[in-house]
Design a protein around this ligand. Structure first.
Ligand SMILES: [Zn+2]
Length: 326
């Protein structure tokens, strides 16, 4: 069973790169697996528009196929009752992936937001945890450096399988915050921790922290120190609510962290016309907001975006507490 699911392996016997292997996987899967072909062709008809929110802008994408993810029940009872769709035994028959470091499997996402959108799930059914998997997060970003960034959704803020450890990969610079993170006027250096720069990304309508370093051990340490500070400020013993995006460029890792106050905004739970089906995870809070509903695509404006971001991000007071205990 396990072997049938493996399309190729990384590290590869012929030293083929991960971007090259994943691109080959994508094209092969698109030929053999109808659901993926349909999902990818559906992307050609998604609509998108820029919403200017004053000091920042976001892109809104109308993507009807994302209803399953946006509308997913992720409460513990629903999760327990459903068959885990990331477990190897439950993958569709046609689906195959790249076995990564013997621990993860790189799979094509059949309901993509981007053309080559991968889900990278652990080969075992273990809970979603960034702290337990921070090294894998950094390694994946480096091995995918030429083509993709890696993102993570916390178990309570966007992961559609909170019980099964997984990352996702998006083509580099397709999530708007990746481009904003390099704008000099937006970057405020807060402090250095070893070889790591800790920065705030300002005028973005939400709380965003950035860690940058060429030193893997130092950035691992700084990230764990950050999650410790967040746990304290956010008064929880569990993983603090967060989304994170990691990329590796010119020899340096950049982790963009979004500390979260809540997963879904109040408007998500309203009825009738007041309801807005936006369920922010890393991509959305990163500035590419997905809605599967045409009405929402037409009516969501800057005021709604500003309010949603403000509601789901930690406020300035919590952000300050996080920074002071770093
Ligand atoms: Zn599972």
């Amino acid at each position: 069973m396990f072997e049938q699911k493996i399309f190729s392996r990384y590290p590869h016997p012929d030293s083929e790169s991960l971007p090259s292997l994943s691109s080959t996987l994508f094209h092969d899967q698109k030929k053999k697996w109808g659901m993926l072909a349909e999902g990818v062709s559906g992307l050609e008809s998604v609509l998108s528009k820029i919403i200017n929110c004053g000091t920042f802008a976001v892109r809104l994408q109308f993507n009807p196929k994302r209803i399953i993810s946006t509308g997913a029940n992720v409460d513990p009872v629903s999760i327990k009752e459903r068959k885990c769709f990331l477990c190897l035994d439950h993958l569709p028959q046609e689906q195959q992936g790249i076995l990564y470091q013997e621990k993860f499997i790189v799979l094509c996402n059949p309901m993509p937001i981007f053309r080559e959108h991968f889900t990278i799930s652990h080969v075992e059914h273990i809970p979603q945890s960034i702290e337990e998997n921070i090294i894998n997060f950094l390694d994946l970003a480096k091995d995918f450096a030429a083509s993709h960034a890696i993102f993570y959704n916390g178990p309570k803020c966007g992961a559609s399988a909170p019980d099964h450890m997984h990352f996702q990969a998006s083509p580099k610079n397709c999530i708007p915050v990746e481009n904003e993170a390099v704008i000099v006027e937006r970057r405020r250096l807060y402090k250095k921790l070893g070889d790591v720069s800790i920065l705030l990304l300002i005028h973005t309508g939400r709380s965003i922290l950035i860690l940058e370093s060429a030193n893997k051990q130092d950035i691992e340490f700084a990230f764990l120190r950050l999650t410790g500070a967040m746990r304290k400020a956010m008064k929880t013993n569990e993983e603090p609510m967060l989304n994170a995006l990691c990329s590796f460029t010119d020899g340096m890792w950049r982790i963009i962290v979004f500390p979260r106050e809540k997963h879904r905004p109040d408007v998500y739970f309203k009825n009738g016309d007041e309801k807005i089906l936006i369920s922010p995870a890393a991509v959305d809070i990163g500035g590419l907001i997905i809605t599967p509903i045409e009405k929402d695509f037409k009516t969501v404006d800057a005021t709604a975006v500003v309010k949603i971001f403000e509601e789901v991000s930690v406020n300035a007071d919590i952000l300050n507490q996080i920074l002071t205990s770093l």
